[in-house]
Design a protein around this ligand. Structure first.
Ligand SMILES: Cc1cc2nc3c(=O)[nH]c(=O)nc-3n(C[C@H](O)[C@H](O)[C@H](O)COP(=O)(O)OP(=O)(O)OC[C@H]3O[C@@H](n4cnc5c(N)ncnc54)[C@H](O)[C@@H]3O)c2cc1C
Length: 291
């Protein structure tokens, strides 16, 4: 199994911040997972990483061990179930490429997720969603691995999901997602492609999709309020600390303007939380993972 010592976390996350981790392992087959048991069982701090598009790495990561599932096989149509086409996809496969793959085969269901830069594994764990589509609603099966139980295939009744959340009903704690079976519906390549383009352009208009960012910093509060609107109201749109800022395009996106640091990002996040609480009474919860 491939392993790198002291990887630079700026290169492992779309926000391009952080120091160096202790090591990163790249398992890509079942036999590699067995070797990971010893690492995860030790006292080391471990994290499963996807494409790093919802992560803020701090500079305090010298002891961190990253595990990045490196299986990246092409998606495959595995069966037809009534009106649905079931597609098997590796957790390491990039979501944007999965959208391209499904468009070229005229398979519909994922179009609303256009512009989300994560991996399939990250889309499961975060239940990535936009434009009324959430990834976990398309799940027919999911394969996970834990050191205690090994590799398991879970049926829909064994997991649950909500807003930016995916849980395994019988298993508390961390697990590695290695693959998913998703249910899509037949359409035509032109229609799917056209809808992907439409959703992408809609997203690009209101979000800094081409900037160094990690998506939304905060979750929307449960009452239907938008975190972006609350941040706007509290004066955080465009607010800067050094080379880090809340985007001028969308107040809930933190952007790295060049040499932004995690200290600047953490200070802005803290300040925003306090000010939003003071102005609106809302206690914003993080969507981004701070490591
Ligand atoms: C420009 C931009 C736009 C975005 N727009 C949206 C949006 O519209 N909607 C939305 O929901 N999100 C959005 N995001 C956030 C992000 O892309 C999603 O949350 C995505 O699903 C994260 O996937 P990832 O592979 O990058 O995960 P990472 O950022 O690497 O990890 C996120 C979490 O998932 C866990 N994880 C990742 N892979 C695995 C795995 N294989 N097994 C177990 N755990 C794993 C990590 O441990 C971590 O807790 C956006 C981000 C950016 C940069």
């Amino acid at each position: 199994m491939k392993k790198l010592h002291h990887p630079d976390l700026k290169k492992m996350s779309t926000l391009k911040m952080g120091g160096r981790a202790g090591a990163i392992y790249y398992p890509e087959q079942e036999s590699h997972l067995e070797k990971l048991s010893g690492i995860i069982g030790s006292d080391q701090r471990c994290m499963f990483l996807g494409r790093g598009s919802n992560v803020l790495f701090t500079d305090n990561t010298a002891d961190l061990v990253l595990i990045k599932w490196h299986g990246n096989l092409q998606p495959e149509i595995s069966a037809r179930e009534g009106e649905h086409i079931l597609v098997n996809v590796d957790a390491g496969f990039p979501l944007p490429r999965l959208l391209g793959w499904s468009a070229s085969r005229g398979l519909s269901g994922l179009e609303g997720l256009a512009g989300i830069p994560g991996s399939v594994g990250g889309a499961v764990v975060m239940n990535a969603g936009s434009h009324g589509v959430d990834f976990c609603s398309l799940l027919s099966r999911v394969w996970i691995w834990t050191p205690a139980a090994g590799l398991q295939c879970l049926q829909p009744e064994e997991f649950s999901h909500g807003y930016r959340e995916f849980k395994i009903n019988t298993l508390p704690g961390e697990f590695l997602v290695t693959a998913a079976l998703i249910s899509l519906t037949p359409s035509s390549p032109e229609v799917v492609q056209e809808n992907i383009k439409k959703f992408y352009l809609r997203k690009k208009k209101v979000q800094p999709v081409l900037a160094a960012t990690a998506g939304c910093v905060f979750k929307n509060p449960p009452n239907g309020e938008s975190a972006g609107r609350l941040l706007d109201q509290a004066g955080f749109r465009g607010k800067k600390s050094g080379q880090t800022a809340f985007s001028t395009k969308h107040a809930n996106f933190l952007v790295n303007l060049g040499n932004g640091t995690s200290l600047q990002a953490l200070a802005l996040i803290q300040e925003a939380r306090e000010k939003v609480k003071q102005v609106s009474g809302h206690e914003l919860q993080l969507e981004i993972r701070i490591i």
